[in-house]
Design a protein around this ligand. Structure first.
Ligand code: WQD
Length: 435
């Protein structure tokens, strides 16, 4: 594990790197204009043999997992650590970059325990995606073939209070990451996006054709903006190979109970809050509104097991390598580029990752009661600002193109979540380091 403690000079480098990145994106955007114009531009650039585009080749994913190295930013976090488990179990080499601002290095120790891997097939760098020097070192010391990008601040409420920090960390950080990746010849990126980009959905179940609407908070805006940035990277350089995965509501934990969701402070999200009531850390579940037009009046969401979600990322890598699906651009925003000679995909693939089933707040409370074997106190409170009544996914595209479907139901999600919470009542903070 490598730690970067020298932060001297990081900000000036960062400012320079970010300005360059922003200038470049703005310049591309100015040239490109609309998507239609952009596609003409891309064909034009390719036809013109734009040297700067053609010289920066991309890493090929037309090879097996044991020959493929994946950089997982935010890999010590909730979804990131579960994705590391799935990648390692499939034989990938994994490099984690995480600043540990909202995660714990203990999670990576647990990943080693679960997978039985204690060699350099799992490397860790403690650094921010804003730190270009750290990124250069990661790419120089490891032959990174693809990136799965989780790193980012993700608390909806906090983002309203701290917009600058969210845009800086999530947007500027991703620009620095993409520039470093491109400079090191790696243009294969899976992005952790969110169903939040649909805003108040025009229809449910939500398909990838559902128009995007303004997110109701800066966190959601950063996801929507970054989807556009990553799309424009492809439009400006058709060697990019991008997948945008729109998560619904990830919950649950690995069946071992060794890794799980460990939010800092009082949980904003429903499931960790319910779990902390069940384990006695909190007194009562607040149900935010029971007057929505839903089956029981409480909010309905598409909860997906975090292990199913992690497996969706592995499927996305297979898709990017041209190993599954057709690569057809069959929904809004997806762009099917010309595949590389070795069959590696190019373009922008967009997939919803959910179960296709909506569950209400009370469904979750009662499922958790079944999991923990006790009644959980709850109290109906006023609606939470910014909440929508209902959303759940249509997941046909992920099934047909990625060959992926969610396997686990709400009871399994709650049973696994309860095992993690009851074995780790204070998350990783008081966990004894693995001997
Ligand atoms: C779920 C339901 C609440 C807490 C957010 C982000 C989304 C994604 C998942 C990252 C709603 C109700 C909640 C509580 C409650 N995050 N609720 N009492 O808001 O659907 O989605 O997290 O990608 O981007 O927007 O999740 O768990 O906060 O709420 O009644 O204490 O539970 O009203 O109906 P949400 P949530």
């Amino acid at each position: 594990m490598y730690k970067f403690t020298d932060r001297r000079g990081a900000i000036p480098r960062l400012l320079f790197a970010t300005r360059v990145a922003f200038d470049e994106i703005i310049q591309r955007y100015a040239i490109a204009g609309t998507i239609a114009v952009r596609e003409k531009f891309v064909r034009g650039a390719a036809a013109a043999g734009n040297e700067s585009e053609k010289t920066m080749a991309n890493k090929s994913l037309a090879k097996g997992p044991s020959d493929t190295c994946v950089l997982v930013t935010g890999g010590a976090g909730f979804i990131g650590s579960h994705t590391c488990v799935e990648l390692l179990n499939r034989g990938y080499r994994v490099v984690v970059l995480d600043d540990l601002s909202n995660s714990s290095e203990v999670a990576l120790d647990r990943v080693r325990t679960i997978t039985g891997i204690d060699d350099d097939r799992l490397a860790f760098y403690e650094a921010s995606i804003l730190d270009r020097e750290a990124l250069d070192r990661v790419f120089t010391e490891n032959d990174i073939d693809a990136i799965i990008h989780f790193a980012g601040f993700k608390a909806v409420g906090e983002s309203v209070q701290k917009p600058l920090e969210y845009y800086w960390n999530n947007v500027a950080g991703t620009l620095v990451l993409c520039e470093a990746a491109r400079d090191h010849g790696c243009k294969n990126l899976v992005f952790s996006s969110s169903a939040t980009v649909y805003g108040e959905p025009e229809f449910i179940p939500i398909t990838e054709d559902c128009p995007k609407h303004d997110a109701t908070n800066p966190y959601g805006q950063t996801k929507s903006m970054l989807e556009q940035v990553l799309t424009d990277l492809y439009v400006g350089d058709n060697e990019w190979n991008v997948v945008l995965l729109r998560y619904f509501n990830p919950i649950g934990a690995h069946e071992s109970g060794l890794i799980g969701e460990d939010p800092k402070g009082i949980p904003n999200n429903l499931l960790p809050y319910v779990a902390q009531v069940a384990v006695g850390k909190l007194a009562c579940v607040g149900v935010f509104g029971d007057d929505y037009p839903t089956s029981d009046g409480t909010g309905v969401r598409d909860y997906i097991h975090v292990v199913d979600l992690a497996r969706g990322h592995v499927a996305a890598l297979d898709w990017m390598g041209g190993k599954v699906g057709t690569g057809a651009a069959n929904t809004l925003g997806t762009i099917a580029g010309e595949p590389a000679d070795d069959g590696t995909r190019r373009g922008v693939g967009i997939f919803n990752l959910g179960t296709g089933t909506g569950s209400s707040v009370l469904d979750v409370v009662h499922a958790f009661e079944r999991a923990c074997g006790k009644e959980l106190p709850y109290e109906v409170k006023p609606r939470r600002a910014g909440d929508i009544a209902e959303n759940y996914a249509a997941c046909d595209k992920a099934r047909d193109e990625l060959g992926w479907i969610a396997e686990y139901d709400l009871d399994r999600m709650c049973a696994d979540s309860w095992r993690w919470q009851s074995q780790n009542p204070n998350g990783y903070s008081t966990a004894a380091p693995i001997a």
